[in-house]
Design a protein. Structure first.
Length: 607
């Protein structure tokens, strides 16, 4: 019997490795920029064409490579970062696996131009699909220049499953943000199809955050800084008023490396538990410095999942540091026990009261409604005769109840509701509208009901293209980071359909010249930010999903809030509009709108 097990060719092994390391163009950008930073670069320039599908160019001014290193760097597990297994627990570089360049070269056409400072000429190395093409001397600047073209050209299945250019560019921008935030001392630039998207000069951490996300975020940042024997934690956390339901900028970095850590995210949010509404998130930019031997980054090829030896202790340190930052800047009101320099009020001693109360010259028997001396009393106040007639009970003919609907689709309990509602409603604690129906007492959540009504009305207006625009007397300027500025351009047609008139001022800034005519009193800038954050999650999805996200965000902003007092006419209108919707039972975000307390239950409770 012949042997059936054999070693895979290097080209096949590299393509298999590329499936984990190189998932999309953003992965290539991440790996190449991290290599540039490990090479000591002070300037890094990234240029992409067609969101990286056609071409990715990364230029740095790092140490460069010799011709031998340039050729060897594309071999599997070839790296300058580590020498032995123990080095995995003492990492001071972004990369260490030695798989990135080999994986990229396996699925693309790569050209590397590099020169060391000690050499007069450089070298250009060309590799297509793991196949060495050529290596020649060339005149070039000190540093390295990687050109990656036709990504996944030899793996058509992988290329077919790439998303749209807009989605892939957003992924590149997200990877770019994670790197530039942790290396503020390095200058970066990013170009897409010849257009500059981002240009960042070397600066401090706070200035880098402002340069990436706009000047508006500066007023919302609270510094966090604590040093212990376990770790040092620094960075910034947002103020409670900066909380957002979606799109909050939240970043963790450990030893100069971006990471995801839901457990630590809970530690940051714990001090805000009673300061922000439930479901909202505050932005934060937290940097950890720990002993490399106390963490393990060799868990996943993307290196975003990191294990800590003292995870629980660091959780407590982080939570206390955030709580201290919020309290230090008086975002949590505190009792001031410092009486230095305050007025000295003598204590009250019973039996030692020598102060007489002021005399009251009023007439305790005075009643303006019973005074019959004329149309005006001694004070000149007009009298109202027979005022009792104004407060006579208004007789209501409850026999004039009218049927709102005859039949309704099955509810969650698969029972038909046949109701005859009363025209008289009662509002309970500014939250629930209660009305009598044939089968008992119907209780409606006013906020969720109005959310459902507005959501369906907005979708219909978008579908019919008949939303009016109210021009603004003074246009408002709103700035977006690069990851969101592209989303605004992509959903421009949806914004126009719902009544927004927006002008692109360049550099991620937009002018709001007009707003939907039916949203008086709503903060247009805040609404637009929420719409963009919601649509960002739907980029590349079908048009219907994007429309639904825009409509739901607008409805949330314009819906009746909890606690708003409604008149009977307003409650009547709300109930009528609700039962004209396609779904009266569930809000657009999947929450119950109403319930009915059956007549039998009421009689049982009072029996």
């Amino acid at each position: 019997m012949s042997d059936i097990i054999q070693l895979l060719p290097d080209s096949v092994a590299n393509q298999i490795a590329a499936g984990e390391v190189i998932q999309r163009p953003a992965s290539v950008v991440k790996e190449l920029v991290e290599n540039a930073l490990d090479a000591g670069a002070k300037e890094v320039h990234v240029m992409v064409v067609d969101a990286g599908k056609t071409s990715i160019l990364v230029i740095d001014d790092g140490c460069g490579m010799s011709p031998t290193d340039a050729r060897l760097s594309f071999e599997r597990h070839a790296t300058s970062k580590i020498r032995k297994a123990d080095d995995l627990f003492d990492l001071h570089t972004m990369g260490f696996r030695g798989e990135a360049l080999a994986s990229i070269a396996a699925v693309a056409q790569v050209e590397l131009t590099t020169r060391m400072a000690t050499e007069e000429v450089g070298t250009v190395t060309t590799i297509h699909g793991s196949r060495f093409i050529s290596q020649e001397p060339v005149q070039c600047a000190v540093g390295s220049q990687f050109k990656v073209e036709n990504l996944f050209y030899n793996v058509p299945a992988r290329r077919k499953f790439l998303k749209s250019n807009a989605t892939e560019l957003n992924n590149i921008l997200a990877a770019y943000e994670r790197i530039v935030l942790v290396y503020p001392q390095v200058s970066f630039s990013l170009h897409s199809n010849g257009t500059e998207i981002s240009s960042l000069r070397a600066a401090g951490v706070r200035q880098r955050v402002i340069d990436v996300f706009g000047k508006r975020i500066n007023q919302d940042l609270l510094p966090v800084d604590v040093t212990t024997t376990l770790c040092r934690i620094s960075g910034f956390v947002g103020k409670p008023e900066a909380a957002r339901k979606k799109g909050a900028h939240q970043f963790f970095f450990v030893n100069g490396r971006y990471m995801r850590h839901p457990y630590f995210a809970k530690a940051v949010m714990a001090p805000f538990e009673r300061l922000v509404p439930q479901g909202e998130q505050v932005p934060f930019f937290i940097y950890f410095e720990v002993d490399p031997g106390d963490i393990d980054v060799n868990i996943h090829p993307t290196k975003t999942e990191i294990k800590f030896d003292n995870e629980q202790a660091i959780w407590q340190i982080l939570s206390a540091a955030v709580k201290d930052a919020v309290g230090k800047f008086n975002d949590v009101p505190s009792i001031d026990f410092d009486t230095t320099g305050k007025p000295d009020f003598p204590p009250f001693i019973p039996g030692n009261d020598t102060v007489n109360p002021p005399a009251n010259g009023g007439n305790p028997l005075y009643n303006p409604f019973k005074d019959l001396r004329g149309t005006r009393d001694s004070r000149g106040t007009a009298n109202i005769r027979h005022w009792e007639d104004l407060y006579k009970k208004v007789e209501v003919d409850v026999s004039q109840e009218r049927t709102l609907f005859d039949e309704q689709e099955e509810t969650g309990s698969s029972a038909d509701i046949i109701a005859e509602k009363s025209p008289i409603h009662y509002q309970y604690k500014g939250r629930f509208v209660m009305t009598a129906v044939k089968s008992g007492l119907m209780i409606i959540d006013q906020h969720r009901a109005h959310l459902r009504v507005l959501y369906e009305e907005y979708l219909e207006k978008m579908r019919m293209h008949r939303w009016a625009t109210q021009s603004m007397l003074f246009p408002e300027i709103v700035a977006f980071p690069p990851t969101e500025a592209g989303v605004v351009e992509q959903i421009a047609s949806e914004l126009t359909e719902v009544g927004f008139s927006i002008s692109d001022l360049g550099g991620g800034s937009f002018s709001i010249d007009g707003v939907p005519a039916d949203i008086e009193g709503v903060d247009a800038t805040a609404m637009l930010r929420e719409i963009v954050a919601a649509a960002k999650e739907k980029v590349g999805r079908p048009r219907e999903e994007v429309d639904a996200a825009v409509a739901l965000t607008m409805a949330r902003r314009a819906a009746i809030p909890q606690g708003q007092v409604l008149s009977n006419e307003e409650m009547e209108s709300l109930v009528n509009r609700l039962f004209g919707c396609s779904n009266v039972n569930m809000s657009p975000d999947g929450k119950n709108i109403l319930c009915i307390l059956q007549q039998e239950e009421i009689e049982h409770l009072l029996g």
